[in-house]
Design a protein around this ligand. Sequence first.
Ligand code: 8OZ
Length: 387
Amino acid sequence: STLDRSSAASDVYKRQLFDPLALPGLTLANRVVMAPLTRNRSPQAIPGPVTATYYAQRASAGLIVTEATAISHQGQGYADVPGLYAPEQLDGWQAVTDAVHAEGGKIVTQLWHVGRISHNQLQPDGQAPVAPSAIQAKGKTYLIDADGKGHFAPTSLPRALALDELPGIVGDYRRAARAAVDHGFDGVEIHAANGYLIDQFLRSGSNHRTDAYGGSIENRARFLFEVVQAIADEIGAERTGIRLSPVTPANDASDPDAQPLFEHVIRGLARYPLAYVHTIVGATGGPRDHQQGDQPFDYAAYKQAYRQAGGQAAWMLNNGYDRALAEQAVASGEADLVAFGKAFISNPDLVERLRQDAPLNAWDASTFYGGGEHGYTDYPTLAQQAG
Ligand code: 8OZ
């Protein structure tokens, strides 16, 4: 394997943010990753030609992780987010992956089931969203009215999933992963972060089950491992990544004891030869030093638990990284890959800007969610600004 796992070798070879990374299933041109970014620009859950342009403009990223993409209608929780379960959606994604590959990029899709972070009006037949337990999240989802105006709205009360429904949802993950690679994706990222379905199973705040999927840490992690196993069986672990957010409060995610929970999860993940493990440091889009419970999360111990258990996947970190912090993280061996979010929204050529230490375009938060090409495909590159 050409995967560089030898942090001890850094005397002679100092890894840099702009060096390639050859993973067993995925060769990346550099260590700068485009983080998954929800943009709400896919009416009928179909990514259109503008979405292909948007991702192709950002193909110089070492890896693009698409916006979170629903594995099923039940997995939908926001207006105009894309899916991976209908033929027209998959045709749309084929155009996206073709466009990114034509520019020399690599792209994986983020497999998403929102669980309770949804609204009856987004669910099949207006039903309640599903969750480990019937506990409403203190949080918001995003709806678009008939007049096309978007707004945030409280999430609906979910119903608890029956035991015999879980294999069907695992099957939806498997099917979506297969469809993704059949439509040109280089792999998938399992969205196990930010208070969505898998994270709802993990955390004691949202999981009050008394069956084999609730209670102990082992039980709460069972659903996650079933999803990982199914996807690894279907497309190969080397084309599979996973995103975790050990302490985020996003979407009412809560567990006072994150350290043993996520060390159990990360040790279990070491059993699979995954492409990468992607960790959000702190509160998603917020403070990097956020904590759950009364102890700061020990990220070094968490990573060490993974390596000691034999885990060899590339280590991807995200949240609040700038150029200096990212270079330091990669050069020190703390991270193999660093994912940038908002900076990629406003800088299609972010890699080149970082390489030159050029100024970055500011982002316009008012065009993050919903809308058209403005704030989506009209941010200029350095070359466009110079011309
Ligand atoms: C922002 C708005 C809606 C969804 C996440 C998928 O936080 C999201 C998301 C982010 O992971």
